[in-house]
Write a new protein. Structure first.
Length: 180
């Protein structure tokens, strides 16, 4: 089974459990902390992957490293370690966050513009696209792209909304070429 499939299954199981116990908001920050620890501490991952370290020692380290975290998070980590899927932790967290955001009607968006957009402009874009896509909220990050002549381009998930002058000119060119 691929790592992506494994990650999705663990994330879905954890999501269902957290949803049943009304702990979605509580587990999200814990899991983000876990992801950060696993990404920034390569020695931890090396220890957990080491074949000569007994499983009970690995689980003890998880208990000590994440003391005070919810039992759902700790038990998920222990199962991942027990089944030699330590490397999937970051991916499990990413899938879990995606599931939580989908359930809450939240999406992530990248906004590309010629200049840094003001907070008011970002709020206007967020309001328009939240309504258009039937979302409760849209978390947006602005990227300055000097190749854009004017306007903005939004990327939400796998969909791109191109309102740039460059994009409009390219569409106009395609229409003219296809009309001939």
């Amino acid at each position: 089974m691929s790592k992506a499939t494994v990650s999705k299954r663990y994330a879905e199981a954890l999501f269902q459990l957290a949803n049943e116990k009304n702990k979605l908001d509580f587990l999200e920050p814990e899991l983000l902390t876990v992801k950060e620890v696993f990404q920034n501490n390569k020695d931890l991952l090396a220890f957990l992957k080491h074949p000569k370290v007994r499983s009970d020692k690995k689980k003890q380290l998880i208990d000590e490293a994440f003391k005070g975290f919810s039992s759902e998070v700790i038990n998920t980590l222990k199962v991942l370690v027990e089944r030699n899927n330590e490397e999937a932790v970051s991916s499990v967290v990413d899938h879990f966050i995606t599931l939580v955001h989908d359930a809450k009607g939240i999406a992530e968006a990248k906004v590309y513009s010629i200049r840094e957009l003001s907070d008011q402009e970002m709020d206007q874009l967020s309001n328009v696209f939240s309504k258009k896509l039937n979302l409760k909220s849209l978390n947006m990050v602005n990227f300055v792209d000097p190749t854009i002549l004017g306007g903005v381009r939004l990327k939400i998930g796998n969909t791109i909304y191109d309102g740039t002058i460059k994009g409009k000119l390219e569409r106009l060119e395609r229409n003219i070429v296809s009309a001939n």
